[in-house]
Design a protein around this ligand. Structure first.
Ligand code: SF4
Length: 309
């Protein structure tokens, strides 16, 4: 059994990474979700066989960490056969609300050593309507952990939840759910933009509840890396539901389509041109550290980065 504790820096162990949004659809309707709820119901597995999809990754000649995001991945037709094919030559990460009972079949399709982490999204507002006490969610967390997966519960620090977040974390810990992290909310609520509108006390609390060292940078929007060489476009990409590939989630320069054989990656790193990196939990790990350090020092001297230790 692998060590089930999780550190985001683990992502650096995987050379080639792709963030694949496999659907826009979800059974939950969270107030803070940025997905288009009117999106067309499209899944790559309706158009292509799972073998064909896996072959498209295999033909690149790289071993990928495929970050499967949605929407809710377990709603995708043939999702389990797809992860079975993908994990023959690649590693995956999934983010799921764990509503589907197919979760109990997941170990039959993807071995723990091929899964970097299962992000278990606890969407409190919606979850409480169908799962009082989060009983079903907690059962699935323990099931997956006992099967040897790293499971990290993600809790979005949405402003209406800030008065209960610490209580919810304590409750989860009391139920043996030990890997839990707070995510910064990015968006508008009650006429105010977040993270800019978090108070200092809220920033301190969310930073304390997050397992990610860079959470305070996200809270304070210190994710501006313009000019720093980044692996996006070379070793990291973002892909949409139809296989269209862009440099990252922040820069929409096209790199072709994985499923029609037109994907063409760069041959080296290139400097970030985005005003702000919204590949929040990845950007930091794609940068060329040496030059990054130089820019951090320059920013510090210019007063841009004074709070960073
Ligand atoms: S730092 Fe972020 S925005 Fe810039 S290229 Fe890399 S992933 Fe894209």
């Amino acid at each position: 059994m692998q060590d089930t504790s999780f550190d985001m820096a683990m992502v650096k162990d995987y050379e080639y990474k792709i963030f694949w949004t496999i659907s826009d659809l979800c059974n939950f309707h969270c107030s803070y979700c940025y997905r288009d709820k009117t999106a067309e119901q499209y899944y790559a597995t309706k158009k292509y066989t799972v073998g064909y999809i896996a072959d498209c990754f295999n033909k690149t000649g790289k071993s990928w960490l495929i970050l499967l995001a949605g929407g809710e991945p377990f709603l995708m037709p043939r999702f389990l056969p797809l992860v079975k094919e993908l994990t023959k030559q690649h590693h995956i990460q999934i983010s799921s609300n764990l509503c589907s009972d197919d979760v109990f079949e997941f170990p039959d399709y993807a071995p723990p050593e091929k899964v970097m982490v299962i992000g278990a999204s606890l969407h409190v507002e919606q979850r409480e309507k169908v799962d009082p006490g989060f009983e079903n969610f907690i059962e699935k967390y323990h099931f997956l952990e006992q099967k040897g997966y790293r499971v990290l519960v993600n809790y979005v620090a949405w402003p209406p939840l800030l008065n209960r977040i610490e209580k919810d974390f304590a409750y989860l810990k009391s139920r043996g759910v030990n890997n839990v992290t707070a995510f910064t909310f990015l968006g508008n609520w009650n006429g105010k933009y977040y993270p800019d509108s978090y108070t200092e006390e809220e920033i301190a609390m969310i930073t304390r509840l997050s397992v990610f060292n860079g959470e305070e940078d996200i809270l304070r929007r210190r994710t501006k890396y313009k000019g720093i060489p980044c692996e996006a476009g070379y070793k990291y990409f973002s892909m949409d539901i139809r296989g269209n590939i862009t440099q990252c989630n922040s820069i929409k320069t096209g790199y072709g389509n994985l499923f029609d054989d037109s994907f063409k990656p760069d041959l080296t790193n290139k400097k970030c041109i985005a005003e702000e990196c919204i590949d929040t939990y990845m950007g930091e790990f794609l940068l060329h550290r040496k030059e990054h350090f130089g820019i951090r020092i320059r920013n510090y001297l210019r007063g841009v980065d004074k709070n960073k230790t």
